[in-house]
Design a protein around this ligand. Sequence first.
Ligand SMILES: [Zn+2]
Length: 253
Amino acid sequence: MSDVLVLCYHAVSPDWPAALSTTPERFEEQLTTLVRRGYRGATFERALAEPPARRTLVVTFDDAYRSVLELAAPIMRRLGLPGSVYVPTDFPDRPGPMAWEGIDRWLGGPHEHELACLGWDELGELAEAGWEVGSHTRSHPHLTGLSDADLAAELEGSRSACEEALGLPCRSIAYPYGDVDARVVGAARSAGYSAGAGLPEGRFHSGDPLDWPRVGVYNDDDLRRFRLKVSPFLRFVRGTPLWDAAQAVGRRS
Ligand SMILES: [Zn+2]
């Protein structure tokens, strides 16, 4: 059975101290470690449909920050890895920074420029270079809190916006905040998606390609922490009910 390791990054920056950003040096070191271990890259949708190697690595980016094109893509090109980038489709080519709960604390400060979204032309450049451009909904809401109608509008609207802007099929989605439940998965299936990227690593993994767990990589992940996070054994244990039970015992003691 092949090992499909899906990493979730957001931004790459030399000096943005946000949890969701990592430095170019760490980013390169992390991916180089995996390539040396024999991992081969694929886009998210392809990795779930037909993993190309015994060890398959998927590098995903949520939110479509400009630094993905400017800093992450050149490093990945050198390592021979494609990427998957997830865009909240209300934002490309709109002036001003992106804003929603969580990143809004960076508005108006010296790092506000980090919140710029890639334009459709730039996303098209990535697609031409072999990247996958998927949906991150339209406006980046917490999907589980939406009405059925609003949920469908976010899922279907973002998918058609992506397809119209890029002229390519859009079958993959990353759920904002990793906020997904059975109703959201069903709505994503109805909206035409075949691959859905979640986040929380400590959750029992159902094996549904529309609710696929990713390993989130953050600002404070040095190489030691990163190696632990991507360890196949730890990922296996975290994907079983055993992990939840162990956490519960840990909380009681
Ligand atoms: Zn996001």
